[in-house]
Structure formats: C-alpha cells, structure tokens
Design a protein around this ligand. Sequence first.
Ligand code: KG4
Ligand code: ZN
Length: 380
Amino acid sequence: MKTLAIETSCDETAIAILECEGDEKSARFRVLGNALLSQIELHRPYGGVFPTLAKREHLKNLPVMFDEAMREADNHTIDAIAVTAGPGLEPALWTGIEYAKAKSLEFGVPLVAVNHMEGHILAGLVRESGGDSSRRRGVSSALEIADVRMPLLALLISGGHTELVLMREWLKYELVGQTRDDAVGEAFDKVARMLELPYPGGPEISKLAEESREQVGRGEARLPDLGLAEAQPDLRLPRPMINEQSCDFSFAGLKTAVLYFLKDRPELNAEEKKHLAREFEDAVADVLWKKTARALDETGAKTLVIGGGVSANTHIRRVFKENIVSAFPDTSLQIPASSLTTDNAIMIALAGFYRALRHEFVQPLDKLEASGNLSLAHKP
Ligand code: KG4
Ligand code: ZN
C-alpha cells in the first residue's frame, strides 16, 4: 500500500510517501519520498510558534512539499492518504486536513486520520532493515517494525506533551502518568528564553549543558561557583514530585526555581549560564528517569520507547541508556533515530498504515475535523 502522509500540526510542513507492506505483527516500509520544510526561522522572532503565521506558511508550502515528495517518489500512484488530525495547533492542523481531503478526492483514494503522538511512538519503534542502503533526508529507505515485546511503555516528551502511556495490546493505550502543568519541551523553551537563548530552546540548552559537562569533566570548572553543587543539595534546583507515589510529572516549579535563581543573579555570565543549563537538564533527566522507572516497576513493561522532540536530547538519551541496562536489564529501550525525533511525515505514514490495516477510513470526508487536544490514552 503506497501511503501519502501529511503533517502540519506545528511548525513543520512535511509530506512523505511510503510503500507499506505486511501485517500488524511485522510491517515493512520503503520511504519513496520525504519532503520537510521547517518554519523555525520565521517563528524565532516571536519566541515561539505563531499560529496564524504557521497556517499561512503551511498553505504556501504544502503544494511545494507535495511536488518534491512526488518527484522523489517518481510519481508513484498513491493508494491511501494519512493526515495528522491532532493534537497540535488547530489552524495549522486544518491546513493539512483540507489538503488531504482534496488529494483524497483528486486521487479517489481513502483517507485515514492519525494521532500525532501515535506517530511519535512508532518513530521510536521503527528500525532500519537490510537491503536498500539509500537514504531520504537522512532517513534510511528501508524500515521495519517487528518483534515488539509487550507490554510496551512509551515516554512521550515534546513541546506540548509529557506522558507515560502503556500498550498492553498493540495500539491500545492506557494513560499511566502525565504532567500536571507544563510539558517538558515547554519548560526547556521557557528556561531558554530566561537565559536569552533563541527559540526553540531545547537544543540551545542542550548545547550549553554539554559544554559545562565537558568543562567539569576536564576539571576546568567547578559547580560550587553557582551554589548549585551536589554538596549543597538545598541549593540545587528542585526535582518536582520526584518522590511522590505517582507517575505524574510537574515542571512548572522547576521553571519558577530558575526564574527566582536568575532574579537574585541578574548578571549571570556565559560560564554560569552553561552550568545553570546543565543543572536544569540534570533535574529534568532525573525526574523523567525516576518516573519512568516507577512506571516500569508498576507495569512490568518489556519494551520502553521514548518519543517526541525532547527525545533528541543527548543527555536524556544517555541517562536512559545507562540506567535501563543496570536497573531493568530485561527491558529493551528503543529511541528514535535522530532524523525521526522531531516532527516529520514518515511517522504519520507509519501510524496511517496500521490504521488503514484496520479499515479506519474517514467516511464521509466532512467528518474529519482538526482536534487540537486529541488524546491518545485515558486512565484505565
Ligand atoms: O515533537 P516536537 O517536534 O513538536 C511537538 O509536537 O511539540 O517537539 C518540539 C519540542 C520543543 O519544545 C523543543 O525545544 C524540544 O522539542 N527539543 C528539545 C531538543 N530538540 C528539540 N529539547 C531538549 N533537547 C533537545 N535536543
Ligand atoms: Zn511532535
């Protein structure tokens, strides 16, 4: 089944064409075309994604991405269309949905609606398969999803989400825990703004924090300069809710702690900023790991997958890789390839294929609406 997938939930306009084969237990994919345009540069002056600008850009870029993906795919015929229905910014989601409906009518092929977060989970589960060594925008052309050991726990960390979701049965979700206030990506972006770093803040904080770790590793810097040393636990940034008997998260308090810290020290120099970025990242990674470990204990999950834009974070990836081996040696950790961590249309095609296998087609087309708060899982 050749699936054309469309993603416009935030600030990436992405269209991919995948040839999908197999069944629910073992699926193979060939990436025929993969076009993506990021609007980050345009939104940067606003310090975040500006919805009406995103909508205008998606409208302009969708036909361009379509032509690019089709050209790359040698104008293959299309059998189905998959589109992100939510969650995301509604004006942005609508542009992709309307475009998908028009293409569905034009080609006379069925349409499936995809939950963006399911896409992030599948992006973590897909892996390169042998055979075709070519790549499309850094993504291997030959992919597969097979032999996933259940139950599966997913940690979803993005600009809008922080949640732990359990899959006991393939593509059936239960909510295990979620943030009670800010999403982790949002905390990265807000703290970055406090440090006068450009949007999106995640990669910027990560860069500074890694520099601090290298300096400390080389013995060139000492953390006590900032009063954030391990020797002075009361002066470290808080790890909100870390010892609470629940798998829920909270990041608002951590963000506020950074704000107060900066109020007392308005003249932070570049070196100090690096160390603060590191302490913030350490606090986030500590909380994410501790809550995930609790959820692994509670659920006995055999597979842990991390998905969403924040899963690109080097330190978080490292902490999870190290800890899983020592604390849960029977659980396999799956982390998306870096080219699939942030929003893309390949992940939408993966989810669309499984939904099409289940004949979950949108019928009639008018029924499909954008759903900004679309959720994947509910508490059992
Ligand atoms: O999944 P995504 O691309 O879009 C949403 O669905 O929200 O995630 C975007 C978020 C932003 O908050 C961005 O700052 C964060 O992911 N992010 C990172 C990194 N790369 C992107 N956060 C921490 N470290 C990174 N390397
Ligand atoms: Zn996303």
